[in-house]
Design a protein around this ligand. Structure first.
Ligand code: GLU
Length: 320
């Protein structure tokens, strides 16, 4: 008789607290032996973070939250914010957004300038810095108080009314953001930035400097797991189709130029940031956030990627 395959999406099969505890123990062992990657010290304020931190939060669409380690310790979310800014810009600009930003992996580092020259100032995707800067420009075009509106969006999505910009990180970004300044001016020269370059950069630096923790971040992307519905407020904030599209871009472009490896080893739409966070979405089931500030050579959290790999291997909860 044919064996009926188990359904990996049946969460009842998994003891999530035990699994997270097991992953945490494993990660702590790696930390104890010094295998935690390198801090992103090109932004000086990030170099002060203790390398031995690790947190993980898993939020099911039933509202169950499981955490281990430093899941409640806040950190600068950096490029994870590119998911939220893309969501806001898509709502404001509509699908015309894709005329100004592509959706192909770049195969280059996240802060690279090289493709822009050949591709006439159209960034490859919204998750490299160039693309996120154009997305910030769109938000500026549609919002009278762009930072206030971004903060309101993040607070509503995460349910954390107190979250804010980390001013010392923001200062550090401003002081060290030479490549971003170059990118923004270069894109402006192709007329793909429509607002004052300094204002665009200020919004971009501020979104990267938002201080949140794993629980906040896991909550903040619930709409991507639940067909556009935010679990925190119950609102439909984007269409189901748009949520699917954002997940697709996360899968192909969300983890720098290691997105292929990430799809291979983890198999979930995800977005990482150089602060050491990675959010991941199990469509229709749950969201995850891991944080460990040490990065691998592509800029992804070394232990965060390892933890997600362990999670999907054990549960079978990947999209493949
Ligand atoms: N603020 C960082 C930068 O612009 C973000 C990089 C990242 O997290 O990918 O370089």
């Amino acid at each position: 008789m044919r064996k009926i395959p188990h359904n990996p999406y049946d969460l009842g099969r998994h003891d999530l607290p035990a699994l997270l505890a097991e992953i945490h123990d494993d990660v702590r062992e790696r930390i104890a032996s010094g295998r935690f990657g390198t801090l992103a010290d090109y932004i000086p304020a990030l170099a002060d973070t203790p390398s031995d931190r690790f947190g993980m939060a898993a939020l099911t669409l039933d509202g169950d939250l499981h955490t281990v380690g430093d899941a409640c310790e806040p950190f600068p979310i950096q490029s994870v914010s590119k998911v939220h800014s893309l969501t806001m810009a898509l709502e404001a600009e509509g699908d015309d957004l894709w005329k100004r930003v592509g959706r192909e992996p770049s195969g280059d580092p996240f802060n690279s300038l090289v493709q822009l020259e050949h591709e006439h100032g159209i960034p490859r995707n919204p998750f490299i810095n160039a693309g996120a800067i154009v997305v910030a420009d769109m938000i500026l075009s549609h919002h009278a108080d762009p930072l206030d509106d971004l903060l309101a969006f993040m607070r509503a999505r995460s349910g954390n009314a107190a979250l804010d910009v980390d001013c010392s990180v923001l200062d550090s970004e401003r002081g060290a953001g030479f490549r971003n300044v170059a990118l923004a001016n270069f894109i402006r020269s192709f007329d793909n930035i429509h607002n004052d370059v300094a204002k665009v950069l200020e919004l971009y630096f501020a979104q990267c400097s938002l201080r949140m923790n794993c629980v906040d971040l896991a909550r903040s992307v619930s709409y991507l797991a639940d067909r556009g519905r935010c679990l925190v407020t119950g609102e439909q904030i984007i269409s189901a189709e748009r949520a699917t599209r954002i997940n697709a871009v996360m899968m192909t472009c969300g983890t720098y130029d290691a997105a292929g490896e990430f799809a291979f080893h983890v198999g979930l739409p995800a977005k990482s940031g150089v602060g050491g966070a990675i959010v991941a979405v199990v469509p229709h089931v749950m969201t995850l956030c891991v944080w460990s500030p040490g990065l691998d050579d592509k800029g992804n959290s070394l232990l965060g990627g390892y933890a997600l790999h362990r999670f999907t291997r054990k549960t079978g909860l990947s999209v493949f």
